[in-house]
Design a protein around this ligand. Structure first.
Ligand SMILES: CC(C)(COP(=O)(O)OP(=O)(O)OC[C@H]1O[C@@H](n2cnc3c(N)ncnc32)[C@H](O)[C@@H]1OP(=O)(O)O)[C@@H](O)C(=O)NCCC(=O)NCCS
Length: 169
């Protein structure tokens, strides 16, 4: 059965978190690892909503930390699907941080993650395509496709390296 394409709107996810002392480093700023976990969580929700089946994180091929986020700030994460292949979804997460006292907000982080849908045996499984209803969706799909070409090239060389490692161990 052919899967019906879906709009990015159906899986768009926005989550907010308050930065607490347990989330910070010695500079009173949010740990990079904690933010990565939150970003992966947002993107996983987007992936589930888009394909409504099991998914795994395949790769995080870009994660730009542009500005630190400090203790007591409100972190706002927005995730959306940009691009799909037969079994994968590229999800972009944009992060901004708001000073809880003044409301002033700053764009801090951008990530592109790829999720692979999997069946009960953990094997890649088809996902719905994306409806491209507007110019922005079309532009995002095109740039997602360009990143995908680079990602697949890199994946090939990483898989080769893994194969060599596995052969000698
Ligand atoms: C991701 C995984 C299911 C892919 O399995 P595989 O047998 O190597 O998949 P294939 O080579 O048949 O590729 C299937 C598709 O996934 C893509 N893909 C495979 N591995 C990928 C990766 N690491 N990153 C991004 N895309 C990947 C391929 O390009 C292909 O895309 P297509 O839809 O255009 O065909 C497997 O490598 C895996 O289970 N990895 C571990 C995942 C994990 O533990 N994540 C962290 C916790 S959630």
């Amino acid at each position: 059965m052919e899967l019906q394409p879906k709009s990015w709107v159906e899986s768009y996810t926005q989550i907010e978190r308050l930065v607490l002392p347990a989330d910070t480093n010695v500079f009173n700023a949010l740990y990079g690892g904690r933010l990565m976990e939150w970003i992966d969580n947002v993107a996983s929700i987007v992936a589930f909503k888009h394909c409504r089946q099991g998914t795994v994180t395949g790769s995080i091929d870009s994660l730009f930390f542009l500005a630190p986020i400090h203790l007591g700030y409100i972190v706002n994460m927005k995730g959306r699907v940009n691009f799909t292949t037969k079994t994968t979804m590229e999800i972009e997460v944009d992060v901004s941080a708001q000073d809880a006292m003044t409301g002033k907000e700053r764009f801090t982080t951008k990530a592109y993650l790829t999720y692979v849908a999997v069946d009960v045996d953990g094997k890649p499984s088809p996902v719905p395509g994306l409806k491209l209803n507007d110019d922005e969706s079309k532009a995002r799909f095109k740039s997602g496709e360009e990143r995908s070409i680079r990602r697949i090239e890199l994946l090939k060389s990483v898989k080769k390296e893994a194969q060599i490692f596995d052969e000698v161990h």
